[in-house]
Design a protein around this ligand. Sequence first.
Ligand SMILES: C[S@@+](CC[C@H](N)C(=O)[O-])C[C@H]1O[C@@H](n2cnc3c(N)ncnc32)[C@H](O)[C@@H]1O
Length: 202
Amino acid sequence: MNFSSFFSKVQETPWYGAFLNPVINEIENPGKLLDIGTGSGKLIQILTTEYGIDCVGVDTSQEMLDEATKKLRHIKTELIKIVPNQKLPFGNGSFDYITICSVLFHLKEEDIDRMIKDSRRLLKKGGKIIVLTPTGGGNFIKLTRYFPSIKNRSIYIWYLATKKRAKAWTKTKYLRQYAKENKLQYKSEIVMNGFAQLEVVV
Ligand SMILES: C[S@@+](CC[C@H](N)C(=O)[O-])C[C@H]1O[C@@H](n2cnc3c(N)ncnc32)[C@H](O)[C@@H]1O
């Protein structure tokens, strides 16, 4: 099994639903949504089928998009392969929501800035950018307490694989600072029993 199909299976676990839920709760009204770094497409699958949101997913990895295509079979969504660090192929003001889940904390500073700047270009007036990132906080005891099911065993791999970068992202408060410097509205919330952070830029 390659990484993309493993990741696609992870996205079907209860803990992954708990991870994505805070993002879903931020989508208050129908509208057009762009998911940057959509991976194997779980977020847009839920938003399209359960909430009737009009979704587009983009990713730099063809393998991930192939998995997303399988997951989204028979579902009306658009998936597009993009080139890293280039302007996305959409017109200004195309989207009400832009979601970026588990992506920014892997990128270099200049690439984060480029992605946020382009996201702002793509956003309609009054739209919002929703960013979800693991915090790297907590420990195995808490993971077991909050996510006890055997179906959640992949959460330990996720926790160990993301912990270092996640902690750095949480500590530097990069997006809060970016929003301040660019005079944007910003809010953040610790979610998923302390294991993830939701940030919203308007
Ligand atoms: C950890 S996965 C997250 C997938 C999905 N957003 C989720 O939360 O389940 C990160 C994804 O970001 C993609 N990615 C990495 N750099 C990217 C970039 N510069 N632009 C768009 N996608 C990127 C990767 O190919 C991968 O599919």
